[in-house]
Design a protein around this ligand. Structure first.
Ligand SMILES: [Zn+2]
Length: 326
């Protein structure tokens, strides 16, 4: 019998939710503003009302609903469903989110980190389907990661495993927002790559980018760099090559450490496509040990913006995870 869970993706701007069935199909999507309700209690109340509305519209008997999974951008004690803090949402320090939601919903609730859940979603229903061991990374403003070992999430001793963005790339590199130096995120994060390329253009490197942004370099985004690369702009192609090399060096370390079957890459920067992926694959091939380097497949994420919602629901599609959390 097909069963269902509600998946929720709490982001800095929007909180998205939907009904997901055990085949990974998404329906009854809905979206709330994360910031419009003032307090965390206000947002929790709005989420509860929206979950009830979705269940009402879907006319599902409670017996068919396994629970409500929610992903949040921060560090979470998964066993207790306790949010330590959220990176870009103020006022959420030490929030017993599982307790708050369960008290109002009367359904089981599981809370986890959003990138962990994206990894879980991709592993069950996306580019990781069929693989037991994989690493999923997201390339955006920040660089995040999730690790699946033996088909289940590896969360670490204090639930912070998978912080690929803060793996050191350079021994004495640029200062990073986390307080350390030379982290990968500092060299491939959205904002930093845009600034780096702007500086190159200002120094006079020839490129069609200036034309693409009508002379206004403040309009430069990774999408524009990809567009220029597609038009065979040398500077942009070389730039993605360099970014891919940096990512590839870090991934070679991950490949040697974990010997994963697949590495799945998602997030806005991943849309640079083959310009980026070719360079990542080449670098991993050159830098990883031969056996794990040949085993690993490096693929683009498949589920797009739905990955977090699907992964949140998928927490309930895994009997072992459910058992651990009751
Ligand atoms: Zn860092």
């Amino acid at each position: 019998m097909t069963k269902f869970a509600i998946g929720i993706d709490l982001g800095g701007t929007y909180t998205k939710l939907a009904l997901v069935d055990t085949n990974g199909r998404v329906s009854h999507r809905s979206k709330l503003s994360t910031t419009a309700y003032g307090t965390r209690a206000g947002l929790v109340g709005a989420i509860v009302a929206e979950v009830m509305a979705v269940l009402g519209k879907a006319r599902l008997s409670p017996k068919k609903v396994l629970g409500v999974g929610i992903g949040v951008p921060g560090i979470v004690d998964f066993r207790r469903g306790h949010v330590y803090y959220l990176t870009n949402v103020p006022g959420w320090k030490d929030t017993p989110l599982k307790k708050m939601l369960e008290a109002k919903l009367g359904l089981p609730v599981l809370v986890d980190n959003d990138v962990n859940l994206m990894a879980l979603g991709e592993s069950r229903f996306g580019a990781g389907k069929g693989a037991e061991n994989l690493v999923c990374i997201t390339l955006g403003t920040g660089v995040g990661g999730g690790i699946i070992i033996g088909g289940d999430l590896y969360r670490g001793s204090s639930f912070s495993a998978g912080e690929v963005g803060h793996m050191p790339l350079k021994e004495e590199g640029l200062p990073c927002g986390c307080g350390s130096y030379g982290c990968l995120e500092r060299y491939v994060g959205n904002r930093y790559i845009v600034d780096e390329l702007k500086a190159k253009i200002r120094r006079g490197s020839p490129t069609i980018i200036k034309k693409l942004v009508n002379g206004d370099l403040s309009a430069l985004t990774p999408e524009v760099i990809s567009k220029a690369a597609q038009k065979r702009d040398r500077l942009s192609i070389d730039f993605w090559d360099t970014v891919g090399e940096r990512i590839g060096v870090t991934l070679a370390g991950i490949v040697n450490l974990l010997n994963p079957e697949r590495i799945i890459i998602g997030g806005g920067v991943a849309d640079a496509g083959e310009f980026l992926f070719k360079s990542i694959r080449k670098t991993v091939n050159e830098r990883a040990l031969p056996v794990p380097g040949k085993t690993v497949k490096i693929l683009k994420a498949k589920l797009g913006n739905d990955a977090g919602i699907i992964g949140a629901a998928a927490l309930f599609f895994n009997p072992e995870t459910r058992g651990r959390c009751k």
